[in-house]
Design a protein around this ligand. Structure first.
Ligand code: CMC
Length: 392
């Protein structure tokens, strides 16, 4: 046996080469294909950024139209998926439904598995981006005992995602400011290099599993509370502060007392030791969206007060703890009418382009090998088998 390096959590191991996303955690920098996240959030859209991530370049005007048009032509899902979703208990977590539905997709689409064909890979990409939001929306409507209206692609990709999920009736069309806000939130989640779910997608794909099965595994990884589930936890924390009537400063004292076990949810990050650049954009968006909707949210006031205290407090300053992307997103989702159980599925829809782009990059990379880490064995060395009658 050769030398192996023990590196739990792969804190210090690069498992791939990637040209997709650049993060400098100390400086608080995030770029997709070289473009600063701030510029993309200002001027691009989720679908255009999805194209950028998987194709490496921004689309021309013509390519952008064709891309969006292709995706919109596929947003309808087959009745089989409605039945699949309806077969789940109403209480089932929507992440479980989403993961199962995506895992079912290879059964319906047969011409998309040849990784040497750019055409087939593009079609697989289009199918996933098109159908995932419809599946998410139907999962939500199932939980709420609501019917599942058919798609209305003519109103636009993000608008229809909103209509399908939280629309009070078939003809409802969301406010353009709300559509733009959701578009930006999805874009901000589109990729984050080798995070837990993306590494999972690569690991599964490295065995030769198809894109749908690989992404289904990524959705499962994202369901974990340490990963995609934090946005739900932030909202629960803000509500707890509001309902208990505890002063924000008092809550902060509890957070700083390690023995309480409480953490300031939505704060801190493994890579960012500076303000998460996405959080800065989401904070501004939360303020704009909530005031434009006339929803002055007391939870937003609590969140801003928490942030203000934390950024001026030695405990947080010394440990370089800043708000992360999850700190303000839930407030916006909630104002849009999403229940907290849908926050992580929305993260999954957002992350879809990144999972796809990373999977495709890996499949094109001749240096890719099946993911197969080594271990440090700590069990007994050789011993003789004991027949059951001779065991104590
Ligand atoms: N509140 C209070 N103290 C904290 C917090 C927090 N949110 N985060 C870290 N600390 C303290 C921690 O107690 C430790 O203190 P000390 O050095 O005295 O023992 C120090 O800061 C370093 O923390 P760590 O847990 O060793 O850092 P990590 O890199 O392993 O953890 C983290 C990163 C994101 C898991 C953690 O900051 C955390 O639990 N944050 C709250 C949950 C959260 O918001 N998660 C979303 C992450 S971003 C989106 C995503 O990935 O899905």
């Amino acid at each position: 046996t050769g030398m192996v390096t023990y590196d739990p959590g792969f804190m210090n191991t690069a498992a791939c080469r990637s040209a997709i996303t650049y993060i400098d955690g100390d400086a608080g920098i995030l770029r997709y294909r070289g473009y600063p996240i701030e510029q993309l959030a200002e001027s691009s859209s989720y679908l255009e950024t999805g194209y950028l991530l998987s194709h490496g370049e921004l689309p021309t005007a013509e390519e952008a139209l064709e891309w969006e048009d292709r995706i919109l032509r596929h947003t309808h899902v087959h009745d089989d998926y409605q039945r699949l979703i309806s077969s789940f208990p109403r209480e089932a977590h929507p992440m479980a439904i989403l993961s199962s539905a995506v895992a079912a997709m290879p059964g319906h689409y047969h011409e998309v598995f040849d990784i040497t064909s750019a055409e087939q890979m593009d079609l697989a990409t289009v199918l996933l981006l098109a159908k995932a939001p419809t599946l998410m929306a139907y999962a939500l409507r199932h939980a709420r005992h609501q019917d599942k209206p058919d798609v209305a692609p003519e109103i636009g990709y993000v608008a229809d995602m909103l209509r399908l999920s939280v629309g009070p009736h078939r003809r409802w069309e969301p406010d353009p400011a709300m559509v733009r806000a959701l578009d930006v939130l999805l874009l901000l989640h589109a990729d984050h290099e080798q995070n837990c779910s993306t590494s999972t997608v690569r690991n599964v794909g490295s065995a030769g599993a198809n894109l749908f099965l690989s992404v289904s595994a990524g959705i499962s990884a994202l369901a974990g509370p340490k990963h995609g589930g934090a946005n739900e936890a932030v909202l629960a924390m803000l509500e707890e502060i509001r309902d208990s009537g505890v002063a924000v400063s008092e809550f902060m004292t509890k957070v700083k007392d390690k023995s309480s076990g409480a953490r300031l949810m939505g704060f801190g990050h493994r890579v960012y030791k500076n303000y998460d650049p996405r959080a800065a954009i989401v904070k501004k968006l939360a303020d704009e969206v909530l005031s434009s909707m006339g929803k002055r949210d007391e939870l937003l006031d609590i969140a801003m007060e928490l942030e203000g205290i934390a950024l001026a407090d030695d405990y947080f300053v010394e440990r370089k703890l800043y708000p992360n992307v999850d700190f303000y997103t839930g407030l916006i989702y909630r104002a849009m009418g999403f229940p907290t159980s849908m926050f992580t599925p929305l993260f999954a829809i957002g992350r879809m382009p990144g999972w796809i782009a990373q999977w495709r990059e890996m499949m094109q990379d001749p240096s890719t090998k099946i993911a197969r880490p080594r271990q440090v064995y700590t069990g007994p060395l050789e011993r003789d088998f004991v027949p059951v009658q001779d065991r104590p």
